[in-house]
Design a protein around this ligand. Structure first.
Ligand code: DSN
Length: 414
């Protein structure tokens, strides 16, 4: 039975959310619009199947076709990222990162990651997350002037604390990571180096961002951000990882199942396979390059209007703005921009004097608006509207109407 008939309330809410996405600009940098094909796989009958275990080693029968799906997903990920071992079962990014801890750490081990407030992720050692509670988490940050990772501090802290694991990656860092430097630091203290590429996986797959593969032992990612797939997580082991510990692939698989999860979501795994096939096309390479071109254009335009960009700009898909010279908090800017039809998120800036719930910054990104076909010309227009409404909140109604019309020219993927 169709949803509209069986559950009209939910059907209506889905319709409203579809309309919201169509009529406004999704500029949260961790969001995207996946293809209809990805959604078709995600909504398929594969959701009905239990498949605890791994291909050819399941604890349930009836997995003849499921094994083929999971193997295809694994092979496609191996090929696109050029890695030796892949686990596509983590339900999302945090479970993938938990899998890494479970595979190589014991409770109370020392680990290192970039502080959340500096642009890192909750699971890289933030005190309220499991990673900060169960491990001795040492946090590194950014240079106060340049807002670039303070690699000297990373090296000093690593030498002092001798962590077992070091994370490199983040959620609000607009610059390219120096994978090589991080690799040298980790090697100098014998630590595992894990690249969390959740935000930039699509840029790496599209060949527009350098790959961490030669320098790290493990890579984790989500699949729904720049990679433009379903919500999901992946753990990869590189050649360097296997050279450090030949049992690493086995340890990772054992950590994910039975360590952390039961049955994998094979519908999501099928959708991951579809998204990786899409990400292997020339069209996706063009998309990834356009995401960065768009972010750079938007950054330049906003700078012209006097916005103060963390690190002075961007090299990837995201922009982090210090709003203090505009006399508005990140929370108020988020609400105001939402009213004109731009969805972004309030965000702490490095060394933010304001509390996390009312931080001084706003974070925005170009993955979803680029999927809709927007290019440099549209970024210039978006910057005009951002500047206009922040300078004059009275213009909300007028700009909202314009953005609704503008959105109609850029339909969501069907
Ligand atoms: N929640 C994600 C983000 O918005 O960046 C990180 O996991």
């Amino acid at each position: 039975m169709k949803l509209k008939k069986s559950d009209p309330q939910i059907a209506k809410l889905i319709k409203l959310e579809t309309q919201r996405q169509e009529d406004s600009l999704q500029m949260i940098p961790s969001e995207n619009h996946c293809s209809f094909a990805v959604r078709e796989a995600l909504g398929s009958i594969l959701t009905d199947k239990y498949a605890e275990g791994y291909p050819s080693k399941r604890y349930y029968g009836g997995n003849e076709f499921i094994d083929k799906v999971e193997n295809l997903a694994i092979e496609r990920v191996k090929k696109i990222f050029k890695v030796e071992h892949v686990n596509v079962q983590p339900h999302s990014g945090s479970p993938a990162n938990a899998g890494v801890y479970m595979a190589i750490c014991e409770p109370k081990d020392t680990i290192m990651g970039m502080a959340l407030q500096m642009g890192g992720h909750l699971t890289h050692g933030f005190k309220l997350s499991f990673s900060g509670k169960f491990f001795n988490a040492v946090q590194y940050g950014l240079d106060e002037k340049t807002h670039l990772i303070n690699y000297d501090e990373v090296e000093k802290l690593a030498k002092e604390h001798k962590p077992k694991l070091i994370w490199v990656g983040g959620s609000a860092y607009p610059r390219i990571f120096d994978w090589k430097k991080m690799g040298q630091v980790a090697d100098s203290v014998g630590a595992y180096l894990v690249a969390d590429i959740a935000h930039i996986a699509g840029l790496i797959a599209g060949g527009i961002h350098p790959s961490p593969v030669p320098f790290v032992h493990i890579i984790t990612t989500t699949t729904h951000k720049t990679l433009r797939g379903p919500r999901g997580g992946i753990i990869m082991v590189t050649k360097k990882g296997i050279e450090k510990d030949p049992d690493l692939p086995k340890k990772i698989d054992k950590a994910v199942f039975p360590g952390l999860q039961g049955g994998p979501h094979e519908n999501a795994i099928a959708a991951i396979a579809v998204c990786i096939k899409e990400a292997s096309t020339p069209a996706f390479k063009k998309y990834a390059a356009q995401v960065v071109k768009n972010a750079k254009t938007l950054a330049e335009e906003l700078t012209k209007y006097g916005f103060n960009l963390i690190s002075g700009g961007t090299e990837n898909h995201l922009i982090l703005i210090d709003l203090r010279n505009k006399n508005i908090t990140g929370a108020d800017a988020q609400n105001l921009l939402e009213k004109i039809g731009m969805s972004m998120n309030k965000n702490s800036i490095p060394y933010d004097p304001a509390p996390p719930f009312k931080p001084s910054g706003i974070r925005m990104g170009t993955p979803a608006i680029t999927t809709r076909g927007m290019k440099e010309k549209e970024m210039k227009q978006i910057a005009i509207w951002i500047n206009e409404v922040i300078s004059n909140p009275g213009a909300v109604k007028k700009i909202r109407e314009k953005i609704k019309k503008f959105c109609k020219k850029f339909p969501l993927p069907k």
